[in-house]
Design a protein around this ligand. Structure first.
Ligand code: DAH
Length: 344
């Protein structure tokens, strides 16, 4: 027995745990309810009474020694852990909050608004649920005219004072609301969401965003329109941007045009984005048709004006070289995070 105790004593003296787990195994091995010390006490019961006299003391001392060792080791491990904590450097900067970013479409809308605001344009908005009068009839789309098919409409309700109720197919409806509600001159841009019944693909979506522009006053000419839009694209895409106007047709403008800009991606050399033409269409525009002015109670003998309408998605695609419209509404955080630094 003495010999065993000697061996265990050496073992205990040299024990140096590296972790709490090792120390716990030590406690179970020596001090546990089925541990070595317990066994030694059992064995003690069986030795001769003579030996008991000597070994009683030895055994008790051994037990105290093991317990003391365990306590010391436990305390020293705790201090090691605490000292790891005390290495916390309180002078380090905090972790900070993760900020959200603006959506790319919001960034571009904001930029468009800023440019026109500097030219004296106000910002106006109108309803997304619109009636036939404001979306079509007042804008000179005749009843049953194929021009209405240019825009696949989501109808909500048949009939009503101002015709069928639908989701607006363009922001041109806001022009009418603005002219009906006020007196010229008008100089405003009208950003908003529009809806069309189209199959969703990389190039088409059932909702998207437009910015409408309207300027009505005495003696407004097509030259004013051209100069304003030319200034706009130079501000938005840079001074080396070229423009060209192509004749087009819209029921609410006469004459009508579509405006192309030199491709901001290849600078006009030709790339996939501009289908190797060097030009990309960015908006429709024209002189407001006198019928539209009359429909909104504006004297078309006295006032003239221009209007334009552009898609925010298209401009954003060009500015950031985004090729798939679906990215804008899928909320993929990896896509959105790319615009975080542009938050202003
Ligand atoms: N509303 C037209 C569209 O959605 C865009 C447009 C073209 C608006 C010419 C205008 C304009 O104000 O003059 O395709």
């Amino acid at each position: 027995m003495q010999e065993k105790i000697n061996q265990y004593t050496t073992e205990i003296n040299s024990f140096q745990p590296k972790s709490n787990d090792e120390l716990e195994s030590f406690r179970i091995r020596f001090l546990g309810t089925k541990g070595i010390i317990k066994d030694l006490f059992e064995e003690f019961k069986t030795v001769s009474s003579e030996e008991k006299r000597v070994m009683g003391k030895v055994l008790n001392e051994f037990k105290q020694m093991a317990e003391a060792k365990y306590q010391t080791l436990k305390e020293s491990l705790e201090t090691v852990e605490n000292s790891a904590d005390s290495e916390l450097d309180l002078t380090l900067p905090g972790e900070g909050y993760e900020l959200g970013g603006r959506h790319p479409l919001s960034l571009v809308r904001k930029e468009i608004i800023e440019i026109f605001k500097k030219l004296g344009f106000n910002v106006a908005e109108g309803p997304e649920i619109e009636d036939d009068w404001h979306n079509f009839s007042a804008l000179n789309f005749p009843e049953e005219h194929p021009a209405r098919d240019m825009q696949d409409t989501f109808f909500i309700k048949k009939g009503g004072e101002n015709g069928d109720i639908a989701l607006r197919t363009h922001t041109s409806s806001v022009q009418v609301r603005m002219m009906e509600a006020g007196k010229p001159p008008f100089r405003a841009i009208m950003p908003g969401r529009v809806y069309r019944n189209e199959a969703i693909s990389a190039r088409a979506h059932c909702f998207f965003h437009q910015v409408e522009g309207l300027y009505i006053d005495e003696n407004v000419s097509f030259a004013d329109l051209k100069q304003t839009l030319f200034h706009f694209v130079q501000e938005l895409f840079g001074e080396d941007t070229k423009v060209r106007f192509r004749p087009s047709y819209f029921p609410f403008t006469e004459p009508s045009a579509e405006m192309d800009i030199s491709c901001s991606i290849c600078k006009g050399d030709g790339c996939q984005f501009c289908k190797h033409s060097g030009w990309v269409e960015i908006l429709g525009c024209g002189m407001v048709d006198p019928n539209v002015l009359d429909n909104s109670n504006i004297d078309s003998k006295k006032f003239t004006g221009y209007a334009f309408g552009m898609g925010i998605e298209r401009i954003t695609n060009l500015k950031y070289q985004i090729k798939d419209l679906r990215l804008f509404s899928e909320n993929d955080i990896r896509f959105l995070k790319q615009f975080q630094s542009e938050m202003i």
